[in-house]
Design a protein around this ligand. Structure first.
Ligand SMILES: [Zn+2]
Length: 113
C-alpha cells in the first residue's frame, strides 16, 4: 500500500510537468529511491502502469537510482554505509548514528516527447 500512495503523488507530479511542457508523451521517469525507504521500484512501475492508462504517461519507463543508506557516527564523526540491521559504528562501536543518505524519494527528471 505504501508504494500505491507514493506512485499516486509521483504520477500527479509527472502529469503536471508533462502538461506544462505540453508533452504528447512521457517516455521516461527518473526516480531516486533511498534504500532506507524500503520502496521497491518494480512496485512503482506496476502501479504506474495502472494509473497512467489513457494519459500521456501511459507506457512511460521507470529508471530507478537506488541510494544506499549512509550514516555518520556522532561519537567519532566517521561516515559509512549502513549494513542492514546493524546500527553500530565500525570504528568505535558507537550507537548514536545520524542518517545522512538513504531516505531520499523523489523524481529527478522526466523525459517527454
Ligand atoms: Zn564511531
Amino acid at each position: 500500500m505504501h508504494e500505491m500512495a507514493i506512485t499516486q503523488s509521483m504520477f500527479d507530479l509527472v502529469l503536471e510537468h508533462a502538461k506544462r511542457a505540453e508533452a504528447t508523451r512521457v517516455e521516461r521517469i527518473n526516480l531516486v529511491i533511498g534504500e532506507m525507504t524500503g520502496v521497491v521500484g518494480d512496485c512503482i512501475q506496476f502501479y504506474l502502469d495502472f494509473l497512467s492508462k489513457g494519459t500521456v504517461v501511459e507506457g512511460a519507463q521507470l529508471t530507478v537510482t537506488m541510494v544506499p543508506t549512509r550514516t555518520r557516527c556522532r561519537d567519532c564523526n566517521r561516515t559509512f554505509e549502513l549494513k542492514p540491521f546493524d546500527w553500530t559504528c565500525p570504528d568505535c562501536d558507537g550507537k548514536s548514528l545520524d542518517v545522512i543518505a538513504g531516505s531520499e524519494l523523489f523524481v529527478e527528471s522526466i523525459e517527454v516527447e
